[in-house]
Ligand binder design. Structure first.
Ligand code: C2E
Ligand code: CA
Ligand code: CA
Length: 618
């Protein structure tokens, strides 16, 4: 006798099977009807719904035979679940795999067996629908087709049972639900939308059931909802949010649930999701569909969407771990420009641990003075005189390595240390400016520093900044300049205007950094007291190639700046040819490797000394 081998996915299969809560359940007419139909269609005396458990096959329905289960190792159905097609044995005595099977040689003396695998929506075979006779038999094609259909119906019946069971349990676990519903939701959305508490208790519940099936959680972030709310008002953002929810609801399977975590993040639970591929396909559809523009009050609005997904395959013991893995995946997805999804994997889990490690080292580094400014000269493009310096943060780590901002700024931002870092750089740079001023006390100089969005958005940190500027004046003839990126000026206009006015009144020069890389709205910028534009180095880099469109862009930028009476600094000037072109074009200052790379204070002092305030020979 050939014993059926155990399929490689048997653990998943068993878990899936148990999630239906159907094993050892009492007889039910709806299943017995199916068993009886098998008999009718196949013209056999026996019709069975058999579920293949770990060591037995258990009969959900068994018509025409008085049995409830048999050992798995002698079962015919153990063979059927290995395939996706029916297993039909017309005469078991003639089949070497079964001729000496005890079910053939003894009671119930099986001669004919036709098994139709019961395939779950996840593609796992739970058992089989079988027709059995004590006589050899043959099935016609139409009978086979009808039985295949019946097998699918049996699975659907089980699905229904599983869903209603889960809903009941969830309702018991969190009777207070239904809050947080958008008032105008469609029935479809109402069906899926639930409160955060209820969703979390559903996740807890599914985790706590040892027999629970696989399921997925997804965290969705609408990357621009907050910005849209700030720029166009809460009501507009609400309409967009509602439309996005409707689209999400249309994409999710009926048994899914979703809730809002905050104004731009949602959580989705998709029960009975067995594989990364399934979850990935759903996440891909969501990112694809939800980023499509929505018409709101005569405008087309859209928000990029990031999805982070994690799959429960018995691999989590707490809802927190599962949700934080989904959060890690979301962060990976959100980091990339555009709409993307990402599923949690080992590499990103390790990356998240490393991120945490870096953040804690940075916190220590900041508090023990390991961060220091380096200085890069700003020079007059025409006279080549040194006009100022930009301070750029460097981290001298304990082992002496000098780390560049690209290695730690993101960590600083995640750990919410970026504003503090800015303040430290400003404090240290102002102190350094006094040393620099002693070299040429008469020379007018600009000390330029970078301001992060974190600082600009924090009233507390802004107060610290104002206090710092008031308490630590620069040397005579020196002016403080603060550079900011356009993306960091997305707050409501009144707030920015207030902040910038406060700085302006203190005599601080305001500069737009990396100009040209954002979606510049010069008319908006012009409402604020900006003094200069720092033109992004990507344009300057392209100057060397002839006939680049960037030539035109640079010409336009300079013309606009002139019209608005803005001072210009070209960043990343590396060659003499670039300097000459920029100077001819009317740009005022340059910054770049042509003159000097950023350097520590001591080297900056040396440079100042050597050049005695005169033009730096280029
Ligand atoms: P940024 O403000 O645009 O600074 C200019 C960057 O370009 C610096 O990189 C500088 O070393 C580099 N650079 C200057 N001239 C050239 C050149 O000719 N060719 C090339 N290829 N590169 C040149 P760095 O120091 O790595 O800083 C990177 C960014 O980190 C800065 O870009 C700035 O956005 C940010 N950053 C640096 N320090 C701070 C800080 O204290 N606070 C904040 N919030 N951001 C900072
Ligand atoms: Ca800068
Ligand atoms: Ca820049």
């Amino acid at each position: 006798m050939l014993q059926a081998p155990i399929p490689p996915d048997d653990t998943a299969r068993l878990q899936e099977l148990r999630s239906y809560g159907v094993l050892d359940s009492p007889d039910e007419p709806s299943f017995d009807d199916i068993g009886a139909l098998v008999r009718d269609i196949a013209n056999t005396p026996i019709g069975i719904i058999s579920l293949v458990d770990e060591n037995r096959q258990w009969f959900k329905s068994c018509i025409g035979l008085d049995a409830k289960e048999t050992p798995r190792n002698i079962s015919f159905c153990g063979h059927t679940i290995l395939q996706r097609t029916p297993l039909i044995i017309e005469d078991a005595l003639e089949d070497p795999r079964f001729c000496d099977n005890p079910l053939v040689l003894q009671e119930p003396h099986i001669r004919f067996y036709a098994g139709f695998p019961l395939i779950s929506s996840n593609g796992l075979a739970l058992g089989s629908l079988c027709a059995v006779d004590q006589q050899p038999r043959h099935l016609e094609a139409h009978q086979i087709q009808a039985l295949e259909r019946l097998a699918r119906l049996a699975v659907r019946q089980m699905e229904l049972k599983r869903q209603s069971r889960l809903l009941e349990q969830a309702a018991q676990a969190a009777p207070e639900a239904q809050e947080g519903l958008a008032p105008t939701s469609t029935p479809r959305l109402n069906q899926l939308l639930t409160s955060k508490e209820q969703l979390l208790s559903m996740v807890e519940l599914m985790l706590s059931q040892s027999s629970q099936a696989f399921f997925g959680v997804m965290r969705l972030e609408f990357k621009e909802l907050r910005r849209i709310a700030n720029a166009l008002g809460e009501a507009t953002a609400m309409v967009l949010r509602q439309e996005l929810q409707e689209r999400l609801a249309a994409l999710l399977p009926d048994n899914a649930s979703c809730c809002e975590l905050n104004d731009q993040e949602w959580l989705v639970l998709t029960p009975f999701t067995a594989t990364d591929e399934q979850l990935g396909a759903l996440a891909a559809a969501i990112t694809q569909q939800l980023q499509q523009p929505v018409g709101v009050a005569q405008q087309l609005l859209s928000s990029q969407v990031a999805v982070g997904a994690a799959l429960f395959q018995g691999n989590y013991s707490s809802a927190n771990d599962l949700l934080s893995d989904a959060a890690i995946a979301l962060r990976n997805a959100a980091r990339r420009p555009g709409s993307h999804y990402s599923c949690i994997d080992l590499a990103s889990r390790i990356q998240a641990q490393q991120d945490l490690q870096l953040e804690s080292e940075l916190r220590r580094g900041l508090s023990t003075g390991q961060l220091e400014p380096h200085f890069q000269p700003l020079f007059d493009l025409q006279t080549k005189r040194l006009m100022g310096v930009e301070a750029l943060a460097r981290w001298r780590s304990v082992n002496g390595d000098l780390l560049m901002p690209s290695l730690f700024l993101a960590a600083a931002e995640r750990a919410e240390l970026l504003g503090e870092l800015d303040l430290q750089m400003i404090r240290q740079s102002i102190a350094a400016s006094h040393a620099m001023a002693r070299v040429h006390p008469q020379q007018a100089m600009v000390l330029s520093l970078n301001l992060s969005g974190a600082l600009l958005e924090s009233p507390t940190l802004l107060d610290e900044l104002f206090a710092l500027i008031d308490a630590e004046p620069l040397p005579p003839n020196w002016q403080l300049q603060l550079e900011m990126l356009e993306v960091n000026l997305q707050q409501p206009e009144a707030d920015i205007a207030h902040t910038l006015d406060q700085l302006h009144q203190r005599g601080v020069l305001l500069a737009i950094d990396d100009f040209g890389t954002g979606y510049s709205s010069l008319s908006r910028l012009n409402r604020f007291p900006f003094h200069s534009l720092k033109v992004d180095m990507s344009f300057v880099k392209l100057l060397d190639a002839p006939d680049q469109p960037s030539n035109r862009i640079l010409e336009v930028i300079q013309a606009m700046a002139e019209a608005l009476e803005l001072h210009t600094t070209a960043e990343g000037v590396e060659t003499e040819a670039q300097r000459q072109w920029l100077q001819r074009q009317g740009f005022h200052w340059g910054q770049g490797y042509l003159l000097a790379k950023p350097m520590p204070l001591q080297e900056t002092l040396n440079l100042l000394l050597t050049h005695q305030g005169a033009a730096v020979p280029l």
